[in-house]
Every structure is written in C-alpha cells, then in structure tokens.
Design a protein around this ligand. Sequence first.
Ligand SMILES: Nc1ncnc2c1ncn2[C@@H]1O[C@H](COP(=O)(O)OP(=O)(O)OP(=O)(O)O)[C@@H](O)[C@H]1O
Ligand SMILES: CC(C)(CO)[C@@H](O)C(=O)[O-]
Ligand code: BAL
Length: 276
Amino acid sequence: MKLARTVAELKAALPREGVGFVPTMGYLHRGHLALVERARRENAFVVVSIFVNPLQFGPGEDYHRYPRDLDRDAALLEEAGVDLLFAPEVAEMYPKGFATRVQVEGPLTALWEGEVRPGHFQGVATVVARLFLLVRPERAYFGEKDYQQLLVIRKMVRDLGFPLEVVGVPTVREEDGLALSSRNVYLSPETRKKASVLYRALMAMREVALSGGSVAQALEAGERVLGEVPEFRPDYLAIVHPDTLLPLSRLVPGARGLVAGRFPEARLIDNLEVYP
Ligand SMILES: Nc1ncnc2c1ncn2[C@@H]1O[C@H](COP(=O)(O)OP(=O)(O)OP(=O)(O)O)[C@@H](O)[C@H]1O
Ligand SMILES: CC(C)(CO)[C@@H](O)C(=O)[O-]
Ligand code: BAL
C-alpha cells in the first residue's frame, strides 16, 4: 500500500481508471472495513482517505479530541488490501485562502442532523466534492449508518454530474445492535451497556410497523424504549420517507426510522428500515 500525504503524491500514485474510493475520518473499525471489502470486490484499485475535516464540525463539537491513530489505521488498510491511502494535512486540503463551499439546499440538509449541526452537511459536501475531484473514482462507498449523509452525497453527485456511482453499504453492528462508530470509544463501560438503546428503539418501531401498527404507534413504541434509558437525551426520533427524509404520516415501503441523541460522553446516531 502506498501512502500519499500531499495532493502531488496522490496524483503521482493514481492509475488512470478503475478506482474505487472510501472516504473516512479514520480511527477505523469493522464498519469502515466493510466499505473497503466491497470496494475491493468491485474495483481494480482501491483508495481510502483519512481526513478529519474541520469544516464539518461546529464550534462546540469534538474536532480537536476526535480519535486519531494513523499508524494503526495504515496497518489495518494494508492488511485489507488497499492500494493507496491518502492522508492529507488540513493545509493541503484547504490551502490558505480556500473560500469555496458546496451547499446542497433543501430539507435533505435542513432536517435532522442538519438542524442539530448547522453547517455540517456543507462541510461534508465541500470536502467530498474536493476529494472526488482529486481521486476521480468510478465508485465511491458510504455507510448507511450515516443515512442522511449518503442521501446528501447522492444528491450532490446527481446535481453536479460527478461521473461516478455512489454505493451505500449496510450498517455493521456490535452483537447487541450498537452501530460501530469511531465515537464509541468515548463511551464509559456503563454507558456502553446502555448504548444499544438506539437500535432497540428502531427495532421496536419496526416490530410495530411490521405487525400493522401506524406511524404514531410505532413512534410511541420507540419513545417508550428510549424512555427506559434516562442518560440518553434524544435529539430526534422519526419515521421518514427513504428518499426525501420528510416525516411520514403513513407507512410506505422503505420507510426509515432515524434516531440521534446524546449520552454524557458522546452523541450517537442510527437508522433502520422499519417497513420493507
Ligand atoms: N457501522 C458502520 N457500518 C457501515 N459503515 C459505517 C459504519 N460506521 C461508519 N461507516 C461509514 O464509514 C465512512 C466513514 O465514516 P467515519 O470515518 O465518520 O466513521 P464513523 O465511525 O461514522 O465515525 P463517527 O464516530 O464520526 O460517526 C462513512 O461513509 C460512514 O457512514
Ligand atoms: C464522508 C466523510 C469522510 C467526509 O468527511 C465523513 O463525513 C465521514 O467519515 O462520514
Ligand atoms: N460519520 C459522520 C461524520 C461526522 O459525524 O462528522
């Protein structure tokens, strides 16, 4: 595996075609590796980026303490058969005077994560657009764990005509259902035991929906589960249309449950198809 720390090194190491790309913020886990495995199956050459993107963090958020371990990540990616790791410094991605932002407008970025983290999706769209132009992949891989992010990227790619396919990869979970996330390392052992509450709330909504219940009944069931863990302060629990993310009043195929909120040590998000 080659390591590129600069745009020039990246350009020198890229093949002309056949690139599959997995953008990440590092501190890798099995969720990231599922994206890498899928990319390896479908592409001749796999590029992974590791870049903790300051543009997508708000003022009070965890940019500075976000977990970082490039040596460990590089070893994992080497073992996973990745061809090229791009790990730039901030000044390389955003040289002095960099002033451009990419903004996907509308409910897709205004709702849910966009409401709790103003500016977040502009930061994500800006860095991903810049990475796409540098790496020029044929396919790019994103986790369904960040379902809203996946839809925002799909929309940006369609609107701007990036010549690539966006591939969504199912969420990898711990045995108790907790979605793998780099931020899980923030959790104390006590909180870790309770953190599956997001998944359990989504599953409760799914059970009600599958047995003929209404959206309101499914939401009640989810809220009841969340209520059992007072340490978890929900930002939102919703059942939404899988393409628009608008709240549903009646279930439609593919309806998606979304949940996010804070434990004392960390903010977690999750989602699940609640009505196939
Ligand atoms: N459990 C998971 N299953 C599948 N994909 C995942 C999972 N966790 C993260 N990903 C995907 O990996 C890519 C990189 O994500 P990122 O580096 O932010 O990791 P993360 O674990 O989501 O970190 P964070 O704690 O910041 O949410 C994204 O496309 C993300 O959706
Ligand atoms: C897509 C991404 C790498 C952009 O910084 C990030 O939002 C992430 O890791 O999900
Ligand atoms: N995985 C999503 C990136 C973020 O929370 O900033």
